[in-house]
Design a protein around this ligand. Structure first.
Ligand code: 3PG
Length: 406
């Protein structure tokens, strides 16, 4: 059923203060501190640009508390200014006196970026909408804005105050990213067919394990091809790696992976070979041949070959997270190989996450994929048929504020 939500055109936003909840949460290199890609910015600027007659307060989270990617948004403001081609003011505050007085003194056409929303403790919790409305973050900000544009599709699965708290208090509509993603996904869900192949890579192991459960429960993962750090956790669970990987909560994750493998061994494919640093670059070995802790950088060529066969035979393929460290050319074989298999597949193809969209651009094949989403966890929940808190908020807002322009 189509989602009933308001768009930017449904609200009278000219001259109004608009709280634009975007998601420019971006992978940050743990050693250099540099942003590794900017795909989510490209989406978010479309909404900010279309609000050129308003006073736009841009808000996003970045990283998770205590992780290396948990940073201020000062650099984000500079990147957005460059993309927009206009000034983006930055205030190192979320809903304190400085942020509120800067919001009050804006003129039409101004853009102000707040600091990382997760610097406010409340944003790190999930709430029912009625309780989110009582958080200080929502109470204070909503008293200083006229409307809210929800554009954080990739955070649609989190019922944090900035996602679910504004819809009942100020006229709230969808931003351009949410509109684009939902339109595309609606089309895809109406034509997709089995067999469903899911390729899971990247380093967010916990999220990927949740994804497996959700996709299987909704019959969206007939075959799960494992790679990246997720693949290593499964290799460890299968007894093919003998050392600790240094992943957060490793023991629990390995135990979960072991249970999945024991329950349905045929559903999963694990790398048969991996790539490590050799004397002169890439060296491919079988995982079990590695007898001491070694940094595994990619899947090997035999794995690429066998995974590509599954991908090409699929009715629908969903891929989330890169198979290897494709930033280094010698370790991009897995990522490039699997993405090329997707690009040449006759099935419906969906790519999730900024890393993979960056890689697709690098290989010049991004126009051969049916849908490239900047969302990770949110997209999985959507494909698994779950209700997303952000979409609920937009539907509530449409029911409350949808009668004529506000
Ligand atoms: C994401 O990257 O999936 C979103 O920005 C949500 O981030 P989170 O998983 O830290 O809540």
């Amino acid at each position: 059923m189509p989602i009933k939500m308001l768009t930017l055109e449904d609200l009278d936003l000219e001259g109004k203060r608009v709280f634009a909840r975007v998601d420019i949460n971006t992978p940050i290199h743990p050693e250099t501190g540099e942003m590794m890609e900017q795909a989510r910015f490209e989406e978010a600027v479309a909404t900010v640009r279309d609000l050129h007659d308003s006073k736009v307060i841009v808000a996003s989270h970045q990283g998770r508390v205590a992780r290396s990617d948990y940073t201020s948004l000062d650099v984000h403001a500079k990147i957005m200014a460059k993309m927009l081609g206009k000034k983006v003011d930055f205030v190192p505050d979320v809903f304190g006196p400085e942020a509120l007085s800067r919001m009050d003194s804006m003129s039409d056409g101004d853009v102000l970026m707040l600091d990382n929303l997760r610097f406010a403790a409340e944003e790190n919790q999930e709430y029912k909408p009625a309780d989110a409305e009582k958080t200080f973050l929502v109470k204070r900000i909503s008293a200083h804005v006229d409307a809210c544009a929800l554009d954080a599709f990739s955070t649609a699965h989190r019922s944090s105050p900035s996602i679910v708290g504004f819809a009942g208090l100020v006229p709230t509509c969808a931003g351009r990213t949410v509109g684009r993603e939902l339109r595309m996904l609606d089309r895809i869900v109406s034509v997709e067919k089995g067999p469903y192949v899911t390729v899971l890579g990247g380093a967010k192991v916990n999220d990927r394990l949740e994804a497996i459960d959700a996709l299987i429960a909704n019959n969206r993962a007939d075959k799960v091809l494992l790679c990246g750090v997720v693949g290593l956790v499964f290799l460890k669970a299968a007894g093919k790696l003998r050392w600790d990987l240094g992943v957060d909560g490793e023991q629990k994750l390995v135990a979960q992976a072991k249970k999945l493998l024991e329950d349905e061994p045929d559903r999963y494919a694990l790398p048969v070979d991996v790539a490590v640093k050799g004397g002169d670059g890439r060296k491919e070995v079988q995982p079990a041949q590695l007898d001491s802790p070694t940094k595994i950088m990619d899947i090997g060529s035999k794995t690429v070959e066998s995974y590509s066969r599954h991908i090409k035979g699929a009715g629908t393929v969903f891929m989330s997270g890169p198979p290897g460290a494709f930033e280094w050319d010698e370790f991009s074989v897995g990522t490039e190989g699997l993405l090329r298999a997707m690009a040449s597949s006759f099935g419906t193809t969906i790519i999730s996450g900024g890393h993979l969209s960056t890689a697709l651009r690098k290989y010049g094949i991004h126009d051969q994929i049916d849908h490239i989403s900047t969302a990770g966890g949110a997209l999985v929940q959507y494909l698994a048929g779950k209700r997303l808190p952000l979409i609920d908020a937009l539907e509530r807002a449409a029911a409350k504020w949808g009668n004529g322009k506000q």
